[in-house]
Design a protein around this ligand. Structure first.
Ligand code: HEC
Length: 137
């Protein structure tokens, strides 16, 4: 009997991981705000407007809303080369910030719903996990 206890405990801890409730959208946005302050604000600024010609805006960014998975990919793996955001060209480098899938989902939910941005989408860690290096740009 005694030998079963460790297995029972292991089972319980796996069960609690599997049943861990997913964050609500509001909770994800709140967590994303902190991540933004720690990892993004120095370039994209607290008003989300970036620096014209150097750091592209996230506020009202056509690039961001055109293809959300493309932006997830950029945050996950880094982004460099020429892009056009709101008719302005950028040719900079954003290195991967080393965030995990959940952190990327949270910061995406934040930037998609901040500064007047609005999105019906609710980005989940699973969606981030499915974005790979080969996701189309
Ligand atoms: C060191 C500066 C820097 C940091 C830190 C940074 N970025 Fe960027 N970001 C850039 C640059 C530069 C580009 C454009 C890259 C290019 O020209 O290809 C960019 C592009 C983007 C884009 C796509 C273009 C747009 O404006 O819609 C998104 C979305 C984005 N960043 C989100 C984030 C998020 C979220 C974080 C924090 C997790 C972050 N960035 C951190 C510099 C930065």
């Amino acid at each position: 009997m005694r030998i079963l206890i460790p297995f029972y405990l292991l089972f319980l801890s796996l069960l609690s991981i599997a049943l861990r409730p997913q964050k609500s959208k509001a909770e994800s946005i709140a967590a994303g705000q902190e991540i933004y302050q720690d990892f993004c604000v120095q370039c994209h600024l607290s008003n989300g407007e970036g620096v014209s010609g150097v750091f592209p805006p996230l506020k009202a960014s056509d690039y961001l809303f055109e293809d959300i998975n493309r932006s997830i990919k950029g945050i996950k793996y880094g982004l460099k080369g020429e892009i056009t955001v709101n008719d302005e060209n950028y040719d900079g480098v954003m290195v991967s910030q080393g965030l995990d899938n959940e952190e990327i989902a949270d910061v995406m939910n934040y930037i998609l719903n901040q500064w007047g941005n609005q999105s019906e989408e609710f980005i989940t860690p699973q969606q981030v996990a499915e974005v790979s290096k080969s996701t189309l740009n």
